[in-house]
Design a protein around this ligand. Structure first.
Ligand code: SAH
Length: 510
C-alpha cells in the first residue's frame, strides 16, 4: 500500500549560484520532508528546506560515488512509498546529463507520482557567466550539448564525430576536462579549423569561477598550464571569442575575494548579500550567538516602570527585538512608550524600531558614544533607559551620567560564544582573503575561538586583508595582534563595503 502523500520533485538546482534556483524549485524544497542532493547542487540551497527536513547527500562526484544510481533510484522509491515528500535536487537541469530520466522511470515503474522542475543548465549558464552567448546573430545559429565523458577514441562512439564537428555552430561539452585532448583531436580531424575559439569555464556562476580561453590549436596546452580541473564546460565556436568584450562576472569589483563575515548568523545576511553582489564569496562564521538574558526580571521591571523614563536608547537591533518581545509578553504594545523619547545607535537599529511601529528621533550619523550623547542634547535630571547586551561598552552610560542624567542599564540579551570545530576553523581561516569585523566583540570572540582551537589569530589571518567597520573595532583588532588595513569612513555595513571596494584593488596591486 502506498501512502497517498508520497511524491517526488526532481528539481534542477541550477549551476551553482544560489540565485539561479527557480521559484518552483524553492517552493518544492520548502514543502519537502526529505532532501536528496548531490555534489553539483550547491548546499546553500538547503536553506530553502524546513530545518527539520531530513538531508541525504548521495555524492556522485566523478570517481567517488557515495550511492550508485540504482541505490539512489531505490532510495527515492522507498521514501516516496513510505508517504514522504521528496525534493531530489540535481545540479543544473535534471534532464541534461543528470540521469533524471532514469530516476523518473524508476518512479513510474513503482507507480509513484512525481514532477520535473527544470533548472538552469550549466551548459548555458557557465558560458553566460564567462561572457559567452551560446547563440549570437551572425556567429552562431545552433548549439549542441555533448557529453565529454565518453572516450572519443573508442570504437563504437555514440557520438557521430564526423557530422557533429561541423554541423553545429557552437558545441558545449560537459564532463570533458579529462578527455579534452581527444575531443580536440576529433573536431580537428573532422574539419573544425584550428583557429576556432574555445573556452573552458570551471565552477561557472560560482565565486571561484575560472575561465581558460584559446583556440582548438592551443587550448589543450593552455588548460594544462592553468592546471584546470573538473567540473568545467568547454565551449567550442566563434561565440567563445565574444568573451573578450562580454566578460562581466569576473570583472566585478570583489570577484575572487573570499571574505570572512563575522557577525551573528542572523545579522550576517545583509553584508554577505552585498559582498556576493560584488562577486565575492562570503564565508559566514558566526562569532556571537545571541540568547535571551539568564533572567528576564531586570528587563521586565524596566518595562513595568516605563512611564518613569524620559528616554530609551537602543544600541542594537537585538536590544529592540528582545525589548519588544518582553513588552508584548507583558500584554503591552507601542502605546506603553507614549511620551518617551527614543534614540538608536545606527540606522539598522532605527529600522528595527520602525518595524515595531516606532520612530527614533535621534539617529546619530556617527556610531560612537559621543555622537549619541550629543544627539540627546541636555539630559540633566532626565531618566534614560538603556536596554543592551549583558556585556556592553560603558562609554555611553558614563557620558550620559556625566551630563547629569540618571541612567538605568538593563540586560536585554546575552552574547555567547558559538561552538566550533578546531579543524574546521583552521581550514576556514586559511581560505580567507579578507576578514571583516563589524564590532569589537566579533574581534574578541574570534580571537578567543582561535586560541581555543590552538591558533594565533594574527598568524591564521596573516595572508588576509583586515577590514573594520570603525576606529573602535580597529583598535580592538590591533590589540588582538591583527594589522588593520581598511577602516570604513562611514561606520555602517554600506560604509565597510564601500571601503573594501575603494581600498582593496590598491592593496592587491602592492
Ligand atoms: N545536469 C547538469 C549537468 C550534470 S553532468 C546541468 O544541467 O548542468 C556534470 C557536468 O556538468 C560537469 O562535469 C561539468 O561539465 C558540468 N557542470 C555542472 N555544473 C557546472 C558549473 N557550475 N560550472 C561548470 N561546469 C559545470
Amino acid at each position: 500500500m502506498t501512502d497517498s502523500r508520497g511524491f517526488v520533485s526532481l528539481i534542477g538546482a541550477g549551476p551553482g549560484d544560489p540565485g539561479l534556483l527557480t521559484l518552483a524549485g524553492a517552493e518544492a524544497l520548502a514543502a519537502a520532508d526529505v532532501v536528496v542532493y548531490d555534489y553539483l547542487a550547491n548546499p546553500a540551497l538547503l536553506a530553502h528546506a524546513r530545518p527539520e527536513a531530513e538531508q541525504i547527500y548521495v555524492g556522485k562526484k566523478a570517481g567517488q560515488h557515495t550511492l550508485s544510481q540504482e541505490e539512489i533510484n531505490a532510495l527515492l522509491v522507498e521514501r516516496a512509498r513510505a508517504g514522504q515528500r521528496l525534493a531530489r535536487l540535481k545540479g543544473g537541469d535534471p534532464f541534461v546529463f543528470g540521469r533524471g530520466g532514469e530516476e523518473a522511470l524508476a518512479l513510474v515503474e513503482a507507480g509513484l507520482p512525481f514532477e520535473v522542475i527544470p533548472g538552469v543548465t550549466s551548459a548555458v549558464a557557465a558560458p553566460a557567466y564567462a561572457g559567452i552567448p551560446v547563440t549570437h546573430r551572425g556567429l552562431s545559429s545552433s548549439f549542441a550539448v555533448i557529453t565529454g565523458h565518453e572516450d572519443p577514441a573508442k570504437e563504437e562512439s555514440a557520438i557521430d564525430w564526423p557530422h557533429l564537428a561541423t554541423a553545429v555552430d557552437t558545441l558545449v561539452f560537459l564532463m570533458g576536462v579529462g578527455n579534452l585532448p581527444k575531443i580536440v583531436d576529433q573536431l580537428s580531424a573532422h574539419g573544425r579549423p584550428p583557429e576556432t575559439p574555445v573556452a573552458l569555464v570551471r565552477w561557472g556562476t560560482m565565486p571561484d569561477q575560472q575561465t581558460v580561453s584559446g583556440t582548438l590549436a592551443d587550448i589543450v596546452a593552455r588548460v594544462e598550464a592553468a592546471g584546470l580541473r573538473p567540473p568545467a564546460v568547454a565551449v567550442v565556436g566563434l561565440v567563445a571569442g565574444l568573451r573578450q568584450q562580454l566578460r562581466w562576472f569576473e570583472d566585478r569589483r570583489l570577484f575572487g575575494q573570499r571574505v570572512l563575515v563575522t557577525r551573528t548568523r542572523e545579522q550576517a545576511s545583509v553584508l554577505s548579500a552585498r559582498l556576493r553582489a560584488l562577486g565575492a564569496e562570503a564565508i559566514e562564521l558566526p562569532t556571537i550567538r545571541i540568547a535571551p538574558p539568564a533572567d528576564w526580571r531586570e528587563l521586565d521591571r524596566a518595562i513595568a516602570a516605563l512611564p518613569d523614563y524620559d528616554w530609551i536608547v537602543f544600541t542594537s537591533t537585538n536590544g529592540v527585538a528582545y525589548f519588544w518581545q518582553r513588552l508584548l509578553a507583558a500584554g503591552q504594545d507601542a502605546r506603553a512608550l507614549h511620551g518617551i523619547r527614543l534614540a538608536t545607535i545606527g540606522p539598522a537599529t532605527a529600522a528595527a524600531l520602525k518595524g515595531c511601529g516606532l520612530q527614533a528621533e535621534v539617529v546619530p550619523d556617527e556610531y560612537v558614544a559621543e555622537a549619541v550623547a550629543a544627539g540627546l542634547g541636555a539630559v540633566r535630571g532626565q531618566r534614560v533607559l538603556l536596554p543592551r547586551a549583558d556585556i556592553a561598552r560603558p562609554a555611553l552610560a558614563e557620558l550620559l551620567r556625566e551630563a547629569g542624567a540618571e541612567v538605568i542599564e538593563v540586560s536585554a540579551y546575552r552574547t555567547l560564544q558559538p561552538k566550533t570545530d578546531p579543524a574546521e576553523l583552521r581550514a576556514t581561516l586559511a581560505r580567507v582573503t579578507v576578514a571583516t569585523f563589524t564590532s569589537s566583540s566579533t574581534v574578541r570572540n574570534l580571537a578567543t575561538m582561535a586560541r581555543e582551537a590552538g591558533l594565533d589569530l594574527g598568524q591564521a589571518l596573516a595572508q588576509a586583508t583586515i577590514a573594520c567597520i570603525g576606529p573602535i573595532t580597529a583598535g580592538t583588532a590591533r590589540e588582538e595582534g591583527l594589522p588593520v588595513h581598511v577602516v570604513a569612513d562611514e561606520y555602517t555595513i554600506d560604509g565597510l563595503v564601500e571601503a573594501l571596494v575603494q581600498d582593496l584593488p590598491a592593496r592587491l596591486e602592492v
